[in-house]
Ligand binder design. Structure first.
Ligand SMILES: [Fe+2]
Length: 216
């Protein structure tokens, strides 16, 4: 176990407790999606020499923690960042910001910008100036591999997301960016990401009703 008191993210137990509390505050499929994002990150990190699987799991579990405040869109990014920074978890806070921007441009994401002008400017500046590391890339990939039901083909998740939120002029660039990240990790792993994620075939073929946030 690599966690120590100086780590800029919580340990596994605290991360899971935080997610459980968040699920009580704002129940929804995002809780299982968060766990599965963490598991995907752990399984992939286990095959990469330079990554810590436990850290990958924790960062995955917390990437959407900003949703603890309720049903929000892009606001979850800044809420998660502020919440984690308030706890001293700088690396978890960073993932809350970077996980949605595989294309390093805030205009590329399709979500609604339900944030203040100041928060938008802060996110914009943060994303424009950061240099992504392998944990940023790993969460961007795993967010796209994990549903509430398990792990699935990227293509399946892409369609699911865009049926819910629509598309924009950056959609193909975002898909291509995720495929590039997948290839990046597969080169490190020496195998397909799908080889380390259980039940991809089964999960990809599950037909579940499309989940949408209830109207406000
Ligand atoms: Fe997510």
């Amino acid at each position: 176990m690599s966690y120590d008191a100086l780590s800029k993210y919580p340990n596994t137990e605290i991360a899971e407790i935080e997610l459980r509390i968040a699920g009580e505050l704002n129940p929804g499929p995002w809780i299982e999606h968060s766990i599965n994002t963490g598991l995907a990150a752990k399984y992939i990190a286990s095959k990469c020499d330079n990554l810590d699987p436990e850290k990958a799991y924790i960062l995955g579990v917390l990437h959407d923690i900003g949703r603890r405040v309720g049903i929000v869109s892009q606001r979850h990014i800044i809420e998660g960042y502020n919440y984690c920074m308030g706890k001293g978890w700088e690396e978890a806070a960073r993932i809350c910001m970077t996980h949605s921007f595989m294309v390093q441009n805030v205009k590329a994401d399709v979500g609604e910008w339900d944030v203040s002008d100041d928060d938008y400017a802060f996110i914009n500046q943060y994303i424009e100036t950061i240099t992504y590391d392998d944990y940023d890339r790993l969460m961007q990939l795993c967010d796209s591999l994990a549903t509430a039901n398990g792990f699935c083909l990227l293509e399946k998740r892409f369609v699911d997301v865009h049926r819910r939120y629509g598309v924009n002029e950056y959609t193909i660039a975002r898909w291509n960016a995720v495929f590039d990240i997948k290839e990046f990790f597969e080169n490190k792993m020496g195998c397909s990401v799908y080889e380390v994620l259980p039940n991809v075939k089964e999960t990809s073929f599950i037909d579940v009703p499309l989940w949408k946030a209830p109207p406000k």
